[in-house]
Design a protein around this ligand. Structure first.
Ligand code: DC
Length: 220
């Protein structure tokens, strides 16, 4: 069973995907966390200058460091670099503001594609991202596209970020999210699209639980 949930930043995909995976007792993979981990490697190794990435060295870093998912609790797998959990370090605005340029690199996408398909080889998964139903698992039986307005998504992201970053403003979060939407939708390789045969759910007027119930109902 492969369930794909795509959508723009902060549309609630990961939270919903986690709840759907809990309902079916299957694994949840947040594919955005892989791109965030690669961005962390790029920043830690000083490979991003004026929004340009040193691709050659980044690929070398990917060869020398192991990115994987490790079990945290039942069916909850979290991203690791060299077996160390990095969840907190990949959720900063510095990573968010650089991840779209890293995710646009063809070689990076090829690397991530292999990892995603390997994970789903022998097990059922719910995977969320931007290209899961369109490129990674185009033949998946259950495909969803979660959408919400930029205003609602910005407020959700701001509420999350301000727990750790006290000075962050809603206006800046909205600008960053809009920039990320533009980059994710217009990039050459695997842009954010509504996958063929996917069901679109707009979450503007729905709670997380309502979206989750809707997806489970549709699958049934
Ligand atoms: O879902 P997120 O905000 O954590 O994703 C981070 C970035 O990764 C996002 O700006 C686009 C990229 N991404 C992607 O290109 N393809 C995916 N399947 C998942 C994420």
């Amino acid at each position: 069973m492969i369930i794909t949930i795509d959508g723009p930043s902060s549309s609630g995909k990961s939270t919903v995907a986690k709840l759907v995976s809990k309902f079916y007792s299957i694994v949840h993979i947040d594919s955005g966390s892989i791109y965030r981990a690669i961005t962390l490697l790029a920043i830690d190794n000083n490979l991003i200058h004026e929004k340009k990435v040193n691709i050659q060295y980044l690929l070398k870093c990917l060869e020398e460091n192991k990115i994987s998912f490790k079990k945290k609790e039942k069916n909850i797998f979290k991203i690791c670099i060299n077996e160390n959990f990095i969840e907190k370090r990949i959720r900063t605005s510095e990573i968010s503001n650089n991840v779209s340029i890293v995710a646009a690199i063809k070689e990076v996408r090829d690397y991530v594609l292999k990892l995603q398909r390997k994970i789903a080889k022998n097990q059922s998964v719910v995977m969320d991202g931007r290209d899961i139903g369109s490129v990674v698992f185009p033949n998946a039986k259950y495909k969803f596209f979660l959408d919400a307005s930029l205003t609602n998504r910005s407020e959700r992201r701001w509420n999350d970020l301000k727990k750790n970053e006290k000075d962050i403003s809603l206006a800046n979060v909205k600008i960053d999210l809009n920039n990320r939407d533009i980059l994710d939708t217009n990039r050459e390789h695997s842009p954010l699209v509504v996958p063929k045969n996917s069901i679109i759910i707009n979450s503007d007027n729905l709670s997380i639980d309502q979206v989750t119930d809707k997806i489970i109902e549709l699958i049934k």
